[in-house]
Design a protein around this ligand. Structure first.
Ligand code: BT5
Length: 286
């Protein structure tokens, strides 16, 4: 268990004032009720640039699988493609270090597994109808409550480390976000009309993560089946904006590597990209 302190006195004072209204995420409190086997090495920060960045450094220094980096706020939280991820106080911003024996191509499915874990946790704890938007968003009532960012390193195409970053808008007031994000985002507090216990959320998330990760390592198709059940994307007309193409068609399925299979003239697979749901209605005719 490691607690890192950072920041000059004045900044610390402002943060402490803000945090006094919140439950704190100190590792000893999380660990007190955590019954995981190996996801239990917690590194805690009041403020950090990015938990993914720190977890990557840990990975490269040989840290054990199951290391978790948690911060109360991130100053440079990252989304995909270097986009900013807003991480004010009140959220749950954490990264898990894993060392699965899978190929780099399979590593994409870690994001799908983390999506299943997170949506399941929201459903079980809060009875919220959390759904997954391919490739990395958790939605409630069609608004983004959580984003996932997986990064990995490999030797000869075999993953040597993977960092799964999970950002959850837990006790966030949406007014804290710029207006464009207010329209597309939500928070657990907003949906439930009351704050959640972040400690309980983290304990349940880590426990669920460990359980589903063990299944994933034996038979990832069992996890992908749950992904299909929770998916808000399959069956819809979608527009995928990828690095060098835009694909419009109906989202039919995912393959074993997490690529989205889209019906165009024939079918097309897209490994990653931004997904826009075009149709409200889902249909599963071939
Ligand atoms: C993601 O990227 O959704 C991945 C987010 C991963 C965040 C976690 S927090 C812990 C760990 N440490 C990190 O530094 N990152 C991970 P993407 O699909 O590219 O979505 C990014 C877009 O979501 C931005 O361009 C905004 O439009 C929007 N956005 C930013 N902050 C948001 C928030 N807090 N809630 C909802 N939407 C947000």
């Amino acid at each position: 268990m490691t607690t890192h302190w950072k920041g000059v006195a004045f900044v610390q004072f402002v943060k402490d004032k803000h945090m006094s209204k919140l439950d704190s995420l100190l590792p000893k409190e999380i660990l007190a009720g955590l019954s995981t086997d190996f996801i239990k090495h917690i590194h805690y920060f009041k403020a950090i640039d990015s938990t993914n960045e720190f977890a990557k450094q840990l990975a490269k220094k040989g840290a054990v699988e199951g290391s978790v980096v948690i911060a109360e706020t991130q100053e440079k939280g990252r989304g995909r493609l270097g986009r900013a991820w807003l991480s004010p106080f009140g959220g749950v911003w954490l990264s898990l270090l894993l060392r699965p024996k899978i190929t780099l191509k399979e590593a994409v499915t870690l994001t799908l597994m983390a999506s299943v874990v997170t949506a399941k946790t929201f459903r079980k704890l809060y009875k919220l109808n959390a759904k997954i938007k391919w490739p990395n968003d958790i939605l409630i009532n069609e608004r983004k409550v959580c984003g996932i960012l997986t990064e990995s390193g490999a030797d000869n195409n075999v993953v040597s480390w993977a960092v799964v970053g999970i950002g959850i808008n837990a006790n966030i007031n949406l007014e804290e976000f710029p207006s464009a994000i207010q329209k597309s985002a939500t928070s657990l507090k907003e949906e439930l009309k009351k704050p959640v216990s972040r400690i309980k959320l983290i304990r349940n998330l880590l426990k669920q993560f460990e359980k589903d990760y063990k299944i994933f390592l034996i038979d990832k198709n069992r996890i992908l089946e749950v992904w299909r059940k929770f998916s808000d994307t399959l069956g819809r007309e979608v527009k995928i904006v990828a690095a060098n193409e835009v694909v419009v068609g109906k989202a039919m399925d995912i393959d074993n590597f997490g690529a989205l299979i889209i019906k165009v003239n024939g079918t097309k697979k897209v490994i990653t990209g931004d997904c826009i749901h075009l149709s409200k209605i889902k249909s599963f005719d071939k």
